[in-house]
Ligand binder design. Structure first.
Ligand code: NAD
Length: 493
């Protein structure tokens, strides 16, 4: 069986039974078989990783921008050449189909490319002669040791949202990936070392909440970037802030897609199916609720059914598959329970994916597509983040009622509107209480040079991921006021 150890100071670390860590299982979601043992870190491994990052910081923070840029360019090239290998690791542990995993790698690479332009991003500001012979310069400096904690659903991309920007800014980094899908992060670290990232600048500790809490409490950690579910995001935000750390903690989502009757309904249905069932619904940007206004409801449901029935479900490494399994058996069963509960709470179960399986792979974590219509906003299926291939349709009488529904959700990650009415779209982009809004775009994931983040219970902390906000998060400002005597005046006495 394969083993995955920690990665500290540029090499594999620990994972020895009997040390403070133990081993955890990693399962192939398509077969249900345990394929890998991952080392689960504790205080010792966290201590070693933070110490390595602290040691490396002095040299890295003073490395030149030219040097860091050259390393990041080499990293970009190595990653580009290994896209397929990274995608294969993602599929083997997370379950998503290969094409989707390649898309994930591409979105991560976008941030590495952004980090290659760090010289422009780190420029300061200068004011000359603010008073006689007095100049003022604002610069930004790194924070020190920064931690990133990421979820299972994007085993490569979310780490890549964090560490390329953090290290480009001169910080050193400790990554705690999800123990459900740990291997992609190891290849990312190995390639970083190959590209010339010095030992200790990028470290990995695997594990669960024990490792996370040790990182959150560690006095030498300056900042924490977190992406995961809302309850854990809230915990991370509170616990890390309690010891004065800078924190950004992105949480879960319930993304609504509002469809007006004047929309291109075929395009809207196509978009709903891709955005709801892609990656088996295990995306924080997945559409999980269609809010259909007026006649759009009766028109959308059969269109979604027709398209959803054509989605080919199978193992992620089969090129014919369009949707893979769910990450664990327990998660699959939770998702199935929501479908059962929705029926009991009055929804119309238009498509029921609970009995789906793949011949020959019956132990895989399979779930077919489910579509729930006329879902009540007080039902569990509506209120909770299901994080599976289940789309709820909620009916609204008017645009105003639909916006009220969107904004009453405690989540505020993303929302979208489908319409041909520019005025309605404009109103929605101003009124929607979500951090990201799509207009005729179901999953409005910002490009790398903008920033990613939600509102309300979908994000804690005031800086979003990547883009200019990452530079602000991973650096702190310093303002220097200086007065130099004029040599002519000095000479004249
Ligand atoms: P999770 O919250 O269970 O785990 C996230 C990370 O926290 C993992 O590294 C995990 O090991 C650690 N963790 C888990 N429980 C912990 C605890 N009690 N204390 C401390 N650390 C703990 O999330 P997940 O199931 O891996 O990922 C799915 C969730 O992530 C969904 O809610 C999804 O919406 C969210 N997500 C959000 C975004 C976003 O950008 N907002 C992006 C991707 C995923």
């Amino acid at each position: 069986m394969k083993t995955v150890t920690h990665w500290i100071a540029g090499k594999p670390f620990g994972g020895t039974p009997g040390a403070s860590g133990t081993w955890g299982p990693v399962t192939d979601p398509a077969t249900g078989e345990v394929t890998t043992q991952v080392a689960m870190g504790g205080a010792d491994e966290v201590g070693a990783a933070v110490a390595a990052a602290k040691d490396a910081y002095a040299g890295w923070r003073t490395s030149s921008i030219a040097q860091r840029t050259a390393i990041l360019f080499r990293y970009r090239e190595l990653l580009d050449a290994r896209r397929d290998d990274l995608a294969a690791l993602i599929t083997a542990e997370q379950g998503k189909v290969h094409a989707d995993a390649l898309g994930e790698v591409a979105r991560g690479l976008e941030i590495v490319e952004l980090a290659c332009g760090l010289g422009a991003a780190l420029k300061g500001e200068t004011s000359t002669e603010v008073s006689r012979l007095v100049d003022v310069v604002s610069i930004r400096q790194p924070l020190g040791v920064v931690v990133g904690i990421s979820p299972f659903n994007f085993p490569a991309m979310i780490g890549m949202w964090m560490f390329p920007m953090a290290i480009a800014c001169g910080n050193t980094f400790v990554h705690k990936p999800s123990s459900k899908a740990p291997s992609a992060s190891m290849l990312l670290a190995q390639l970083a070392a190959e590209a010339g990232v010095p030992d200790g600048v990028l470290n990995i500790v695997h594990g669960d909440e024990v490792a996370v809490n040790a990182l959150l409490d560690h006095p030498d950690v300056a900042a924490v970037s977190f992406v995961g579910s809302t309850p854990v995001a809230r915990h991370v935000y509170r616990r890390a802030a309690a010891t004065g750390k800078r924190v950004q903690a992105l949480g879960g989502a319930k993304n609504h897609m509002l469809v007006l009757p004047d929309a291109d309904l075929d395009a809207a249905a196509e978009a709903a199916v891709t955005a709801a069932y892609g990656s088996a619904g295990q995306r924080c940007m997945a559409v999980s609720v269609v809010v259909a206004v007026g006649a759009a409801g009766d028109a959308m449901v059969p269109r979604i059914v027709e398209r959803a029935r054509r989605v080919r479900i199978g193992p992620g490494d089969d090129p014919a598959s369009e949707m893979g399994p769910l990450v664990t058996k327990a998660h699959r069963d939770d998702v199935a329970d929501y479908v059962a509960g929705a029926a009991a709470q009055g929804a119309d179960v238009v498509l029921d994916g609970r009995d789906f399986t793949v011949e020959g792979l019956e132990n895989g974590h399979w779930m077919g597509i489910s579509l729930l219509d006329r879902v009540g906003t007080d039902s569990d299926a509506y209120r909770d983040e299901i994080f599976g291939p289940v789309l709820c349709v909620v009916r609204a009488e008017s645009y105003a009622e639909a916006v009220r529904i969107v904004n009453a959700s405690p989540f505020g990650n993303a929302s979208s509107i489908f319409t041909r009415d520019g005025g309605a779209a404009r109103r929605f982009q101003l009124e929607a209480e979500t951090g990201m809004v799509g207009v005729n775009v179901p999953m409005p994931v910002p490009v790398g040079y903008h920033s990613f983040g939600g509102w309300k219970d979908s994000a804690f902390g005031d800086h979003r991921m990547y883009g200019a906000e990452a530079v602000h998060f991973y650096t702190r400002g310093k303002v220097i006021t200086s007065r130099w005597p004029d040599p002519a005046e000095v000479a004249a006495g």
